[in-house]
Design a protein around this ligand. Structure first.
Ligand SMILES: Nc1ncnc2c1ncn2[C@@H]1O[C@H](COP(=O)(O)OP(=O)(O)OP(=O)(O)O)[C@@H](O)[C@H]1O
Length: 122
């Protein structure tokens, strides 16, 4: 009979797998690398312009949202390529929709950045 792992060990293992996934994303995905660079720049901007706590919350939330959406998009692309490596109209649609979701979050992030920084720049 298989012995059940203690809850805490099981959870720690899951965190380990998730951390491994995050490292894979950071190492292999060009889009995520670009987003990390942008995140570093806006974080520097946040300190430079001494943005408020609320602005930090909005900025950090948007960084997290865009990068996690990108991660989900990458996972969907991998599933699509695995289940159907050949060209197919439906696979194209699935990938376009997943990319569209990332695009929406990126667009909102740009709007939030404009709301925070435009009044400080103009
Ligand atoms: N198997 C396929 N069948 C039909 N169309 C596809 C297929 N694979 C990709 N496409 C089309 O090409 C586009 C780009 O797909 P691809 O998998 O290269 O993603 P990408 O946007 O270049 O992502 P990344 O840069 O993260 O690899 C898709 O959005 C889709 O329109």
């Amino acid at each position: 009979m298989q012995t059940k792992e203690p809850f805490i060990i099981n959870r720690l293992k899951s965190v380990g797998f998730a951390f491994k996934g995050m490292l894979i994303l950071l190492k292999t995905e060009a889009s995520i690398k670009i987003q990390v660079v942008i995140a570093v720049f806006v974080t520097i901007g946040g300190f430079y312009f001494n943005i408020s706590n609320t602005e930090w919350i909005a900025q950090i939330t948007m960084i997290g949202l865009v990068m996690s959406m990108e991660g989900m998009n990458t996972a969907i692309e991998h599933i699509a390529d695995f289940v159907h490596p050949e060209k197919h109209e439906k696979i194209g649609l699935i990938k376009d929709v997943a990319a569209g979701a990332v695009f929406i979050s990126a667009l909102i992030a740009v709007i939030v950045a404009c709301i925070i920084y435009l009044p400080k720049l103009l």
